[in-house]
Write a protein that binds this ligand. Structure first.
Ligand code: 0RQ
Length: 500
């Protein structure tokens, strides 16, 4: 049953009415995080309006800010309208990605934990309009968000005008999952009082001035969800290396027996690690302090192993969402959804001593990691939270299959073509071939470990050859490189379609 109250009734509008009220030059702050809880109907109607009015010679210009990636109804539709000029801080929409890589849309690829400060300090163009998805709105201005928190609270507070897509896709029991705590609360230098993943320190809603709410649109459209693939052999291989490494660290007394909380990135490999943890008898009572929870969390729940998960978004498949809804009251004790400033906050990450597990596109022989730029120049998705977690966790693990594109790309390269996570922050590199523990190793030892443990046999000898030549010819012998050749593998790929 759709939620209602006199305030909601007084604000109801059609998506088209809202679209007509939006300025031609506008900075939009939208809800949404990987792609959970983003607005759909208003952006689609806005894109339609832009298309028809552009024919009459009107110009539009949109800056679009969100938490992280959103669905096609927002990113895709506004990108296709031709009006999108600037996007922050993370995206994964193929149409938008192409525009960014054609140089037609500016994209600022940011650490997710930095976005709030950039907005509050006016470093980026100020938010004009916030559009958020919610399950309830009260007359005194309480907004109950849906399956993500992301940047929504900050955008709601800073926008001049607010529009809400009030969805009936989720039951009202979703209220209570959020813990909204804003950075202004700790501007006096006080610590963020989160000592373990389940600690709640804020409110279940975002409180704003109700006068700012200029319209409410009813919606019954679910998030576009990516279907969950069963882990493949490579991902399972990577997961096995990671899990036996963690068990070994426990034996050495570096990780307590009841573990440290895990942060887990997005995608197949990240999912495979959790699926393998669920099956592995050595693992029990898992805690997560992460930014995205995906369907793989159900494996842990089914195995009775999920103690608690703190996240900024619940991104479920269609089937996953059904399960979530069936258990929504009971699981309130298992999950909390936090603003990305808090889910990704260095202070909290370092205090809890997380085990961070993220995916690399490529890794070089010294352990520098590229997670964002294909062949050094084309944006994939963005750094997202991977840097927040890598730099500040107790253990930073990077995972990647050793090969991409049918073996035409080696994920282990002489030199990364773009740098996101440098050798000072990365600790453990894993491919299906093996695991390299780089901690405490000087550069040349790192190179030996990465090439021998992680590179695919197809490229291993050539990497050693590069390393030997570098040691011979490099002026500096600390981190030897043969600079003329260091990017030759990428150049070969760009010219011939293969690094072979
Ligand atoms: O190409 O899509 O054409 O098949 O890259 O690779 O192996 O499917 O891996 O989906 O996990 O994505 C790093 C992009 C990995 C992701 C990245 C090609 C490969 C494939 C995808 P196709 P996979 P995933 C939490 C933490 C940064 C943000 C982050 C990411 C496609 O994990 O965006 O970690 N990370 N956030 O074929 C060229 C290479 C390649 C390559 C793989 N070396 N060169 N192409 N591919 N290696 C989330 C948030 O922060 C919100």
């Amino acid at each position: 049953v759709a939620i209602t109250n006199p305030f909601i009734e007084s604000k109801l509008k059609s998506p088209e009415e809202v679209a007509l009220a939006l300025p031609q030059n506008v900075t939009l702050g939208c809800s949404g995080f990987t792609p959970a809880g983003y607005p759909k109907l208003i952006p689609l109607a806005f894109a339609k309006r832009i298309e028809s009015e552009k024919k009459a010679g009107k110009d539009f210009s949109i800056n679009l800010y969100s938490g992280a990636s959103t669905g096609d109804e927002l990113d895709g539709a506004l990108a296709r309208s031709g009006a999108l000029k600037l996007r922050i801080p993370y995206q994964s929409n193929s149409y938008l990605r192409n525009l960014i890589n054609e140089g037609k849309v500016d994209f600022i690829d940011m650490h997710l934990s930095h976005v709030v400060k950039y907005i509050e300090h006016g470093i980026l163009p100020a938010i004009d309009v916030a559009i958020v998805e919610a399950v309830d709105v009260t007359s005194d201005g309480r907004i109950y968000l849906t399956t993500s928190s992301g940047m929504s609270a900050t955008y709601l507070l800073h926008a001049k005008d607010v529009y809400v897509e009030l969805t009936d896709v989720h039951p009202q029991e979703l209220k209570g999952y959020h813990d909204i705590y804003l950075p202004s609360h700790h501007s006096q230098g006080l610590p963020i009082p989160i000592l373990s993943p389940q600690d709640r320190i804020g409110t279940e809603y975002v409180q704003i001035n109700p006068d700012k709410i200029k319209g409410i649109v009813r919606s019954g459209v679910p998030d576009s969800s990516s279907e969950f693939k069963a882990p493949d052999a490579e991902s399972i291989g990577i997961a096995d290396h990671v899990l036996s490494f963690i068990q070994d660290e426990i034996k050495k007394g570096r990780i307590p027996k009841d573990y440290l909380p895990f942060q887990n990135g997005v995608g197949n490999i990240a999912n495979a690690v959790l699926a393998s943890m669920a099956k592995n008898d050595e693992f029990h009572a898992i805690q997560m302090y992460t930014e995205v929870v995906q369907d793989s969390v159900f494996d842990l729940i089914d195995a009775g192993k999920l103690k608690f998960a703190s996240t900024s978004a619940l991104t479920f498949s269609k089937e996953g969402l059904k399960r979530f809804h069936q258990n929504i009251s009971e699981w309130k004790s298992k999950f909390v959804i936090r603003p990305q400033e808090i889910s990704n906050h260095p202070e909290v990450i370092r205090r809890m001593g997380l085990i961070a597990m993220n995916t690399a596109l490529e890794v070089d022989i010294y352990g520098n990691v590229n997670s964002t730029h294909v062949m050094g120049t084309s944006m994939m998705n963005g750094i997202g939270g991977s840097g927040d977690f890598t730099r500040n966790s107790h253990l930073s693990i990077f995972m990647t299959p050793s090969l991409a594109k049918d073996g035409n790309i080696s994920a282990i390269v002489p030199f990364v073509s773009h740098l996101d996570h440098n050798e000072h922050s990365t600790m453990i590199i894993v491919t299906e071939q093996g695991l390299a523990d780089l901690r405490g190793c000087p550069p040349k030892k790192r190179a030996e470990l990465i090439i021998s443990k992680c590179a695919h046999p197809m490229y291993r000898d050539r990497l050693f050859e590069y390393f030997e030549t570098s040691k011979r010819l490099s002026k500096g012998k600390h981190t030897p490189h043969h600079l003329e050749d260091s990017l030759s593998w990428h150049i070969r790929f760009l010219k011939t379609g293969s690094m072979k």
